[in-house]
Design a protein around this ligand. Structure first.
Ligand code: SF4
Length: 356
């Protein structure tokens, strides 16, 4: 481990400002420690867009690196340490499904439909959103993005995560008649009328978050006095309702970091992230907080990025720069999807920054 860490540091020194290494909060703690910055998917998208380095070595899953590639300039290269780091939720919808679902929703609803796609998706469906004047959202801004379109009198086709959609609908105070599910068989849930429906929700899910149960929350409350429960909004609706707070990874980090020393947290999200929080703020640190997972549920795709793969990617970048080899694991988005996906990502940033 020490040898490989030294090697990575040496490679980073050789590359200097020509490479930047962003890492998602769910990456292994040792990978985060060697990154240039870590964040949730919104922060990473915004920061990636600001980078001027020749190479962006993105420690995350493939859809995140794709997002960086869409926002990068033509002469920048986006590389991912593990090409097989996918996301089962992002695989639950493609452009063809999105078009057919949009047509079906437009058939049953008389309202204008704005497609809103969660960041956890590939460039083809982000592009579809851009084409139809929709936007990307992340778990930190789903409420703001959804409110933006609903305030204009439009209804949303929200995909792929049903849980983020229904939890956002709850935060917006929508009633049961204002929300409808659209299944992966492209059938819209039966309703007497679709006139009031403001959110049509695709039936996708994240298996890492779907495993948490109300029983996990109750067990944690029984075990620890004064425990606060914080969960990610990809968790089931009943779990979010039984928790004290729900929020994105950045919001979870901020809540725990800013809480009083000695406070007790039960957390419902990726295990590697909770492990890192416990190391940074747990017993034995000056913060002395108790941070426990509601259940151990790691994202195996995020775990695929190891120090060895990070070192291998840096080595490949050095060899490529010196004309000694090809650039391995570069992420390239098909040109036909770039403009639409960029438009949808920029719409998100503009709405969040109150520029629209
Ligand atoms: S945590 Fe879930 S949504 Fe996020 S990358 Fe892993 S599988 Fe995909």
């Amino acid at each position: 481990m020490e040898k490989i860490i030294e090697q990575i540091k040496e490679y980073k020194n050789i590359l200097g400002n020509s490479v930047v290494i962003p890492a998602h909060h769910y990456q292994r703690p040792e990978v985060v420690a060697l990154s240039d910055f870590a964040g949730d998917s919104y922060m990473l998208a915004v920061e990636a867009a600001k980078q001027t380095s020749d190479f962006i070595l993105f420690c995350g899953v493939r859809f995140m690196a794709e997002g960086a590639s869409v926002l990068a300039s033509e002469n920048q290269h986006v590389v991912i340490p593990e090409l097989l780091a996918g996301c089962p939720m992002a695989d639950m919808i493609n452009e063809s499904h999105a078009r057919k679902a949009f047509e079906e929703i437009s058939r049953v609803s008389k309202r204008i439909i704005a497609p809103v796609v969660y960041m956890n998706s590939y460039a083809d469906v982000k592009s579809f959103c851009g084409e139809h004047d929709g936007a990307v959202c992340t778990s930190s801004n789903a409420l703001k993005i959804s409110s933006h379109f609903i305030a204009k009198g439009e209804s949303l086709f929200f995909f792929p995560d049903y849980n983020l959609g229904i939890n956002t609908a709850d935060s917006l105070g929508l009633k049961e008649n204002e929300v409808a599910r659209i299944g992966r068989d492209l059938k819209v849930e039966d309703k007497e009328s679709y006139d009031d429906v403001k959110m049509f929700l695709w039936d996708g899910f994240c298996h890492v978050h779907k495993v948490f149960t109300v029983g996990d929350v109750e067990a944690a409350r029984e075990k620890y006095d004064n425990i606060s429960i914080i969960v990610h909004p990809e968790c089931n609706r009943d779990v979010v309702k039984s928790s004290d707070i729900s929020g994105s990874t950045a919001q979870i980090l901020n809540q725990i970091r800013d809480s009083k020393p000695g406070s007790v947290w039960g957390v419902g999200t990726d295990y590697n992230f909770i492990d890192r929080l416990a190391r940074e703020y747990g017993p034995g640190t000056e913060h002395n907080k108790t941070i426990v997972p509601l259940r151990i549920s790691p994202c195996v795709n995020m775990e695929k990025t190891t120090l060895q793969k990070l070192a291998f990617s840096l080595e490949s970048i050095i060899e490529f720069r010196e004309g000694r080899g090809e650039l391995k694991s570069e992420i390239r988005v098909q040109q036909k999807y770039k403009d639409g996906a960029r438009k949808a990502l920029n719409s998100m940033i503009e709405i969040v920054e109150n520029k629209r």
